[in-house]
Design a protein. Structure first.
Length: 316
């Protein structure tokens, strides 16, 4: 009896040493990528798994993505639907899944193997829960190397202790990822608004044109009113005076100015000027509210970024 007890004690001491080592790494390392990489390596080495992956849940895309996976190249990050495969099942149910033979497991899709060229045989997947008991991702180990060739209850117990110890860290990493993703979306919106705002901003040619447009609109309006008045007078005279009708008709159509065959040039000129006045007037009417709307939207995005940053700081 003494030998099994001593063996169990040695295993327990070794497990506590690994957990203590991980705890020291958490206190000594500020770079989260390096920290998570080292944690995954320690776990894979202790359990003697060929690969260790940490999946976080992306709420924007409803996907699980690898923050890292030991044994993967930098460009081989994996993203899978949040409800597909063994990882998706564990994430949705919050239950531990220990698969001793993936060929007999209906939940195993093999999509990740197809993308990476890896061959999965055994899988241990454990849910990652934050302090509010909400599942935020999954911890997954692949291919147990030493006997018995599959993951054991002891491995599950170790993962439970590990997740309990690093759950706050994992939750913080997820929130930072979400904040970075949210900021990226807001930055893209800001870039789009900035492009439009540049066209109508305070230092652009369009805005300068609008400043002078008021004077042009004023004098153009006076000119159009004079021409319209002249057209109205000539029309009234043509209707009521037989003697002056031909003379006024020449003025009204422009033929009286010696324009020859260019009939109605006078009428066309007045029409074009009047139309230009109407269009520029409409632009002058729409420009201020459009400018205010763009600035208000930009301010709202900045406030959202600030609020998101403050919320992240408070939660941290």
């Amino acid at each position: 009896m003494a030998e099994p007890i001593n063996t169990d004690l040695v295993h327990r001491i070794h497990r506590l040493e690994i957990l203590l080592k991980i705890s020291r790494m958490m206190n000594a390392t500020t770079n989260q990528e390096t920290l998570i990489t080292n944690i995954a390596k320690e776990v894979a080495e202790y359990i003697d798994a060929d690969r260790c992956s940490i999946f976080f849940y992306d709420r924007l895309t409803d996907e699980l993505y690898t923050h890292l996976a030991t044994g993967l190249d930098q460009g081989q990050a994996i993203r899978i639907p949040g409800n597909v495969g063994i990882a998706g099942h564990v994430f949705q149910t919050g239950e531990v899944k220990n698969v001793k033979d993936v060929s007999q497991e209906p939940l195993f899709t093999g999509e990740a193997d197809k993308k990476t060229g890896y061959v999965t045989k055994t899988v241990l997947t454990y849910p990652l829960n934050n302090r509010r008991k909400k599942t935020i991702g999954v911890f997954q180990l692949l291919n147990k190397n030493r006997d018995p060739g599959h993951f054991t209850k002891e491995d599950e117990a170790f993962l439970q202790e590990l997740v309990d110890q690093i759950s706050d860290l994992l939750d913080l990493i997820l929130r930072k990822d979400e904040l970075a993703q949210r900021n990226a979306v807001l930055e893209a919106q800001m870039q789009q608004l900035s492009s439009v705002e540049y066209l109508i901003g305070d230092r652009t040619a369009i805005n300068t044109a609008f400043k002078y447009n008021r004077k042009l609109h004023y004098w153009g309006g006076i000119t159009a009113m004079i021409l319209l008045t002249l057209m109205a007078v000539t029309s009234l005279v043509m209707v009521r005076s037989d003697d002056l009708r031909s003379f006024m008709l020449g003025l009204h159509t422009g033929t009286g100015f010696g324009l020859g065959f260019r009939y109605y040039i006078f009428t066309d000129t007045v029409s074009v000027i009047t139309l230009a006045i109407c269009v520029t007037g409409l632009l002058m009417y729409l420009y201020p509210p459009l400018n205010r709307w763009l600035k208000a939207k930009k301010d709202r995005i900045l406030k959202e970024k600030l609020a998101a940053g403050l919320t992240q700081t408070e939660k941290s």
